[in-house]
Structure formats: structure tokens, C-alpha cells
Write a protein that binds this ligand. Structure first.
Ligand code: M6R
Length: 592
């Protein structure tokens, strides 16, 4: 989603530096971008629609400056236009601001400001905030004006603001990530929505928490609690992330790199202290009710988790999408546990579920990839999946690691964490054998056959039903082909009407209790002219095309998704889509 990157320090190429940093946030997904920097006499803004990747900074004729901010926008309020792109000026053009999140009550504030004579040039909520700060500066200092203005915001935000004639840059957050990078030279600071923006310059970071404000001036940094206005001390943390893990290496796209990394990432997820898993397993056992919560792909993994618990530990878990959780709030109390699954740890819908759960006194556990994220820092217990930075918008390696942790958790509730570990070690080694160029070439044959189709369907049963839904997400987001997943048994209740001659249907066939039934469902499709692509350990008569996967028992959801990730990637490339940055989507969905 939107990206923020700002610089304050001695370097005089701040405008160029923030543009280069913003390029490292491209994976978050955006549709326009802009920068602002200060010269001794004015603030200069430059905005563009489209991608920043190909921009050569020398073509922009940037001036010298030691203070600059950059933003990539993912449109929410107002279309994709230059006027709506950030940064936004205040009425008097003395204050400039970038913003992630949503200012929910902006229209009332805007009406009030219009009455006071303010004129707006964009349709955004962000511009209203710049004007609101300016309105306060008529009676208060710049710093106090920012503090007063953010108190009026309903919604989530991360902002960076600066003012002409003040050697100061101010940042504030509530619900949307903002991290300070501490530079190598005295008084040098970076402010970003995500660490890769400044990783090249420093690995020393300070996490800004909700309702905190950071003021950088005269080469010094101070933090305040915005509720009490008291100064607070913050800790500098050295993070263990290398630049290489956020680079493509020999691969053309991050998505393929991350698919191939699954041989190693699974092992990292499995080989962690079993006590971390057992702690959450105990909490599930003692809770009266447990909810698994997640969104998108993480939601599908959580849904698989509920099936695994039913089968392995004979325990009932409810699955709810983050965005639907509020409908269950009447049932949440001190005896409830919610287990949130999230790659980024910043998904607004999942965070809202946590807020509801905490208000009701429930305990929260999190299965996350980004260990420094808001979800990880808010949860009472955390199981890190240790997949490393996932840059491609389409989640791949994080998904299989989430599934591995959920499998361990289900076994741990039955006292068998070591059994799970051995099973997953075998699965990882079988995946290692499977992920080779020959395998990808075989899948490419089917991608070539499918590249011009309009619709396709995926069927599964049991734990492979949510995986059918996940296969559909993968195909939709990068190939842009209409794809839908169904429970095999549901076909005859409606979707079968969609099957005509050569309609492609992927059948996820595990060697489990559902095998016979899902093969019968494939037969039902075939009888109506459908073309069956079987993902299965064995070739079956009903298959028109067979993609072999190892027979791994309870971990079939992990192995079944991998060939479909490869298929989705290859379809994206054949259809000339960018698999790493699908249209309209963002890596970290920080708005509700
Ligand atoms: O960061 P999260 O795992 O919480 O993100 C949730 C979804 O936005 C995410 O899984 C999304 O569906 C993926 N891009 C799909 O590949």
C-alpha cells in the first residue's frame, strides 16, 4: 500500500536519496508518487502518475537539500491523478505532508475549513490534514499544531510533515507503521513505512508506536506521547536483515525467487524452539473458544489450520476473516483466544480484530513473518515463521511456512510436536526434490495451453478446500484470469453449470480420506466436457494433465499449493503481467 520515506541529515542529495529509497518500497503496490524538499527559500514538490522504477533522478533536475520526503500512493480518496498524489501543501504552501492510512472524519473537517476560507486542490483526505495543521499554526507553534491536528483524526495514520523556515521534520503514527532509521553520521535520520527503504544506509532502528510523535530538529530527535504530551525514551534496536534477502539475485522476479526459496524457508519455520509452539498450544487448550483470524492468503492458511485441528487434535477452532471479526464480538470474552496469521503483521483488518479481542479481554497469539510488525508487538504470544522478507505481492513462501507452523500447532495440541517436526522435515526434503527446472518446464506446458482462457476453477476437499480458494487467489492476482475455488462437494449445487467443453478445472487430490470423493467430483466435471488438471501424487484416468506432487500425508496443503504458485507465475509472464506488482494490489494492506 502507500509508502513513506523521508530523510533529515547532512547529506545534500536528500531529494535523490528519498527517490532511491522509495524504489525499494515499490513492492508495496502504488499508482502514483511524489517528493518534496526544502531549499533555503521554499518547499519544492514534484509528483508523477505511474511507476518510479524507471525514473532517472538526473532527469528531474533536483536541487540540493538536506531534508526531503517521498511518498508512493495507492488511491483511496480520489482517483489516480497528479493532484491527488502526495505530498500535499497547506493553503499557504508553507506546510507539506505525506500520509498513509485513512482520515475517516476528513469530510466534516474539510467543510469546517472551507467555511474558514480554505481552498482545496485535491479530493484527498491528506490535503485536509495539511490545511488543518496550518489552521492551528495561526494560534500555536508548528509542533503543537501537528500534535493538535492528529488528535482530531479518526482512523489510522502515519504522517511526516515539514514546514518552510523551520529546521524540523515531524512524524506521527496510529495504526499504520512508521520506523525511524538512525544514520551513521551525527543527527542523520530516516523515516519510513518499511525498513527496506533505508536498509542500505543503516540497520539501527526505532519503532514508533501508536499515538507517539517524533520531532527531529537541530540534529536531535525527541519522542512524545500524544495523549499526555510527555517526552518518552525510545530504544534503538539493531535489526538482523541483509540487503541481499530483499534483492532478486539471479531471478527475473521476486515471485519465482520466493517460490524457489521454499526449500529453505520451510526448514527455518520448523527448526525453531518448540517451546514457542507449545506455549500457544497450551493457550488453545485452556481457552474456552479459539478463533483463527487472517485475511487473503493468510486467511486461507488459517482456514486450513482449522481443518488440521479438527483432524489431528480433534479440537474445534473457528475461522473468521479479519474484516468479518466484528460480527463475532458478542462471543469474545476473557476466556477466548484469537490466533492471527499475517505475513506483514500490518494488515488493518487483522489489527482491528486484535483491537476488538483486546477490548473484550481476550488473549492474542500471532503467527507472523515480520517480527517487528505491529501485530507481533501487540500480541501476547508470537510464533515467527522466519520466511525472510517476502517482496512479491503474491504470498508464496510465507504461506507454506504459515501452514507448517499451523501443522506443528495442531500436533502440539495432541502432544506430538516432535512427530510434526519429523513429518515437516520429510516434506521439506520432498519439496527440495520437486523444485527443479524440469518441474517448472512441465508446468509451463500447461501454462501455454491455458494462457488465453477466460475462466478456470479449482476444487478440493477437507484441508485442500481452503487450498483451492488459495489457488484461486494466486491465479487471480498475477495472471488476471478469472479463477474460483470450490469445495468439490459443492459443484453439483451450482458451479457445475459453469462447466462447458474444455473448461479447465484443477483438482487437488491428496492421498487421504477425501481422495475417492474428489476424484468423483473430477469425473462430474469431465462428464460435462471439462479439462482436468490433477495435482496429485498418482496419475489418474480422469486427469487430462497430471502435475505430480509427493505423497506427504497431513502436509498435502503445503505441497499442493507449490505447483499452482508456479503455474500462476508462468501465466503472468506469458500474459505479460508483472507478477511482482499486480495491478490494484498492495503487499501490505494497511487500510480497512
Ligand atoms: O500481510 P498479511 O499476510 O496479513 O496479508 C493478508 C493479505 O493481504 C495477503 O495474504 C494477500 O491476500 C496476498 N497478497 C495474496 O497473495
Amino acid at each position: 500500500m502507500c509508502g513513506i520515506f523521508a530523510y533529515y541529515g547532512e547529506k545534500k542529495n536528500a531529494p535523490e536519496l528519498v527517490i532511491e529509497g522509495l524504489k525499494n518500497l515499490e513492492y508495496r503496490g502504488y499508482d502514483s508518487w511524489g517528493i518534496a524538499y526544502k531549499t533555503p527559500t521554499e518547499i519544492i514538490i514534484h509528483k508523477e502518475i505511474g511507476k518510479i522504477g524507471d525514473i532517472k533522478t538526473k532527469d528531474l533536475e533536483l536541487g540540493e537539500s538536506g531534508v526531503a520526503m517521498a511518498h508512493s500512493r495507492w488511491a483511496t480518496h480520489g482517483g489516480v491523478t497528479k493532484a491527488n498524489a502526495h505530498p500535499h501543501f497547506s493553503e499557504n504552501k508553507e506546510i507539506v505532508l505525506i500520509h498513509n492510512g485513512i482520515f475517516e472524519n476528513y469530510s466534516e473537517v474539510k467543510k469546517d475549513l472551507i467555511k474558514k476560507g480554505h481552498k482545496f486542490v485535491s479530493q484527498t483526505d491528506t490535503e485536509v490534514l495539511a490545511h488543518l495543521i496550518e489552521q492551528h499554526t495561526r494560534k500555536h507553534s508548528f509542533e503543537d499544531s501537528v500534535k493538535l491536528a492528529v488528535k482530531e483524526i479518526e482512523g489510522r495514520y502515519a504522517i511526516v510533515v515539514m514546514k518552510k523556515d523551520e529546521d524540523k521534520i515531524i512524524a506521527a503514527r496510529k495504526g499504520s507503521p512508521l520506523i525511524i532509521g538512525v544514520g551513521k553520521t551525527h543527527g542523520e535520520y530516516f523515516i519510513a513505512s518499511d525498513i527496506p527503504a533505508f536498509l542500505k544506509h543503516t540497520n539501527k532502528v526505532i519503532y514508533l508506536d501508536d499515538n507517539q510523535i517524533c520531532v527531529i530538529e537541530n540534529r536531535k530527535i525527541n519522542f512524545y506521547d500524544n495523549a499526555t504530551n510527555e517526552e518518552i525514551k525510545k530504544r534503538i534496536i539493531e535489526i538482523d536483515l541483509d540487503i541481499e534477502s530483499s534483492e532478486k539475485g539471479e531471478f527475473e522476479h521476486f515471485m519465482m525467487k520466493e517460490i524457489m526459496e521454499q526449500k529453505e524457508t520451510l526448514n527455518r519455520a520448523i527448526n525453531q524452539d518448540p517451546k514457542t509452539i507449545e506455549q500457544v498450544a497450551k493457550a488453545i487448550e485452556s481457552a474456552e473458544d479459539t478463533y483463527f483470524v487472517g485475511c487473503g492468503t493468510a486467511g486461507k492458511a488459517a482456514m486450513v489450520g482449522a481443518y488440521l485441528f479438527a483432524k489431528i487434535s480433534k479440537k474445534q477452532i473457528r475461522f473468521v476473516f479479519g474484516s468479518e471479526f466484528q460480527n463475532y464480538k458478542e462471543f469474545i470474552n476473557k476466556k477466548t483466544l484469537i490466533v492471527c496469521v499475517s505475513q506483514s503483521g500490518e494488515t488493518a483488518d487483522t489489527l482491528e480484530a486484535i483491537e476488538i479481542a483486546k477490548e473484550k479481554g481476550a488473549k492474542v497469539a500471532a503467527i507472523v513473518n515480520v517480527e517487528s510488525s505491529t501485530i507481533a508487538r501487540t500480541a501476547d504470544m508470537v510464533i515467527p515463521i522466519k520466511a525472510g522478507p517476502e517482496i512479491g505481492v503474491a504470498s508464496t513462501k510465507a504461506t507454506t511456512s504459515q501452514l507448517a507452523i499451523l501443522t506443528m500447532l495442531a500436533y502440539a495440541c495432541d502432544g506430538g510436536v516432535e512427530i510434526a517436526k519429523q513429518l515437516l522435515i520429510r516434506t521439506a526434503s520432498q519439496i527440495n526434490d520437486m523444485l527443479n527446472p524440469r518441474y517448472a518446464e512441465h508446468i509451463k506446458k500447461i501454462a501455454n495451453k491455458l494462457k488465453d482462457i477466460e475462466s478456470m476453477y479449482i476444487i478440493g476437499r477437507g484441508a485442500n478446500f481452503p487450498m483451492a480458494l488459495e489457488c484461486a487467489i494466486k491465479l487471480q492476482e498475477v495472471s488476471y484470469i478469472h479463477a474460483e475455488g470450490f469445495a468439490g462437494g459443492e459443484l453439483k449445487h451450482g458451479p457445475l453449470a459453469l462447466i462447458t467443453k474444455n473448461t479447465p478445472v484443477i483438482a487437488l487430490v491428496a492421498n487421504d480420506d477425501c481422495r475417492k470423493e474428489i476424484l468423483s467430483n473430477a469425473q462430474e466435471v469431465k462428464a460435462r466436457g471439462g479439462y482436468i488438471i490433477g495435482v496429485s501424487p498418482t496419475n489418474e484416468e480422469v486427469f487430462d494433465f497430471w502435475i505430480r506432487v509427493p505423497d506427504t500425508g497431513e502436509t498435502s496443503p503445503i505441497v499442493n499449493i507449490i505447483p499452482v504458485q508456479i503455474l500462476a507465475y508462468q501465466l503472468a509472464v506469458l500474459r505479460q503481467n508483472d507478477p511482482d506488482k499486480p495491478r490494484n494490489l498492495a503487499k501490505s494492506v494497511t487500510v480497512k
